[in-house]
Ligand binder design. Sequence first.
Ligand code: PLP
Length: 411
Amino acid sequence: MCTRIKKCPPEGGRYNTAPTNQPMLVSPVLQCYKKNMDKAAAALSPAEFRRHLFYETSHSPSLAELVGYEKAKEIIDFCFIANPYYPTPAMLRDLQDNFPNLIKSYPSSNPASSQKHLAAVLHVNPDHLIIGNGATELIVLINTTLIDRIAVPVPTFGEYIEKLKDQRDAELYALNPDERYTLHLPHYLEWARKRGLKSLLIINPGNPTGQLFSLEEMTDFLSQAKDMEMVIVDESFIDFAGEKIPSLLQDAGRFSNLLLIRSMSKHCGVPGLRLGYCYSENLYMLNHMRQFIPTWNVNTLAQYFLSLLPATDADYHVGRKRLIGDVRWLYDSLKAIRGIDVYPTGANFVLFKIESGMTAAELQGRLLSDHMLYVRDCSNKIGMDQFHIRVASQGREKDAKLVSALQTLLR
Ligand SMILES: Cc1ncc(COP(=O)(O)O)c(C=O)c1O
């Protein structure tokens, strides 16, 4: 059973992104920890760590922001959801060699050649792609220029409910914690119709749950949802869903209301370059968005990186498949630990629930202070309780350290 949890923020205000059963601290906390960077760089107590980190944002702050660039190198960051095997070392060297020229040049103001490079590895029509400064730029653009009200299953990736013209525009469909936050597509569609909604979001695989819908489930759903004006399907993690990628990209031509979004931070492992894209058969929607895209939104380094994609595509798929193997190992190893319920995943991360009574905040603090491991406490996500941790695979060797630390702490 789904209940509507929170429609409106306080008058003129933002959603309270803290869980309802916890006190909310607001932005002075952020200012406080920025001012006290040195103090933060010293060992933080779990309580301090908690206070500084999560209540002022629905994202996890970067480690560098929290403890400084130097200290961050000593900590393994499992919040970081990105492919550790790509770009290859040769690509990184290539980027480094070209760095001085690239940062002294303006990016191309014509996106056509970048679209061509990307389309070559996705096997799609380049004219139907828009490349953004991270998927986040496109999400904000869609939310502010294309839709009025949108159905969003929660918990979710925060930008979908925070960056709207008016925060009342997101209608939140609360997933049930007792069902591991599982999304049931037919019920979701029925719920949206009853509320008169014309736009829907699905993240596949889901973030933070990892829940995966097969290609067949998605095309069945889209066939049922043709009365919707727009169905946004965020496939940022789909490349890790299986050796054969169950993406809708090749089926997009059948659904004129479908807008696919993908973050390259995740599958290509380049969050710092800021690259994401959307794809649709619907040129009307795309052209409308294009009017609002700033010229030079994709920087020179990112454009150069895109030019390397076709020649390195085989390496990409080798790394992608290796990471799929790592995630399977991580999942199986976590499943063997007592005191946590590990959720099935189709992504490169795993969500688990702590069942021993310890909160996610406590476990996060212990992992950081005792083991130098940083994991995502999901308590500040709207619709999620205080007991969920998300960990993204960082490769077998690092994942093994996490598994062993969890075995010790949850004994
Ligand atoms: C589902 C989903 N979509 C999009 C993004 C945004 O990615 P970026 O702006 O780095 O491309 C994220 C980031 O975590 C995400 O989880």
